[in-house]
Ligand binder design. Structure first.
Ligand code: CAA
Length: 261
């Protein structure tokens, strides 16, 4: 499939989606969002893809936000609402993918760019990365779930601090706050993302997909409802061929061979 503003490259079972509008620091315009949406549909339908990495073209930015020139042309609340909805749909698709989605934040991840990273399952960052939600400096709130995902990640006070100040923070501070999981020198970031993708996809595929679903859905439930949901998933996994194989492999002291069944 041909895309205008993203590159999609598959290496064995991992796909790298590169946000590719370097002249605008990979800012998300409507055409880029359409590309990303189509790419997620294609990934969802392709069983040969086991992991997804999202990164930005160039050395400066992951994604510098929504395209501000497009926001400036919005002239009705309905149009603004549609703009907001456009990425929500894509982000929920990413959450529903059985594959892990890893953000490799290789520079600025601001506004919609940070929101994209927050919608990924796991965030790795380069030492020169900077993240933040500067929408209030433009007369806006984050429109792609950023304030809400941030609140779930770091709590109410820190979410208000970051969203209401619009402050940009560096990779070390983002790591300290739990906004990114690991930080690497810029030239090692993509290799680290591939290594993580391989580490995850060496595990039983039904189990890793179930773990993603459990954590995503469980985060939206009370603990009592979430453990009831967990119990059902655990029970189902106990009956899979992969669980029989994984436990037998442990007992027989040999590597497991997964069937995804
Ligand atoms: N939209 C459109 N164009 C953008 C852009 C954006 N979000 N970010 C950068 N660009 C463009 C610049 O206009 C510039 O274009 P020209 O060369 O044609 O002038 C080019 O990219 C390079 O940018 P800078 O010259 O500004 O680069 P810099 O190194 O001086 O600064 C930066 C880098 C700090 C990231 C700065 O570009 C910046 O602050 N960008 C905007 C960040 C932002 O506010 N993002 C939030 C957007 S709103 C949003 O995302 C809403 C939402 O939640 C839905």
């Amino acid at each position: 499939m041909a895309y205008e503003h993203i590159l999609v490259e598959q290496n064995e079972h991992t796909v790298v989606v590169t946000m590719n509008r370097p002249k605008a620091l990979n800012a998300l315009n409507a055409a880029t969002i359409r590309d990303l949406n189509a790419a997620m549909d294609a990934i969802a339908a392709d069983a040969s893809i086991w992991a997804v990495i999202i990164t930005g073209a160039g050395e400066k930015a992951f994604v510098a936000g929504a395209d501000i020139t497009e926001i400036n042309t919005v002239d009705s609340a309905l149009q603004g609402t549609r703009m907001s909805e456009s990425l929500h749909e894509v982000f929920f698709k990413m959450a529903e993918l059985p594959q892990v989605v890893i953000a490799a934040i290789n520079g600025y991840a601001l506004g919609g760019g940070f929101e994209l990273a927050l919608a990924c399952d796991i965030r790795l960052a380069s030492e020169n990365a900077q993240v933040g939600l500067p929408e209030v400096t433009l007369g806006l709130v984050p429109g792609w779930g950023g304030a809400l995902r941030l609140e779930r990640l770091v709590g109410t006070g820190m979410a208000k601090y970051l969203v209401m100040s619009g402050e940009r923070i560096n990779a070390a501070e983002a790591l300290r706050l739990g906004l990114v999981e690991k930080v690497y020198p810029a030239d090692q970031l993509l290799a680290a993302a591939h290594e993580l993708a391989q580490k995850i996809t060496r595990n039983a595929p039904l189990a890793t997909a179930a773990a993603k679903r459990l954590i995503n859905r469980g985060a939206e439930m009370s603990l009592r409802d979430a453990v009831a949901y967990e119990t059902g998933i655990f029970g189902q996994l106990c009956t899979t061929a992969d669980c029989k194989e994984g436990t037998a492999a442990f007992i027989e002291k040999r590597p497991a061979e997964w069937q995804g069944k």
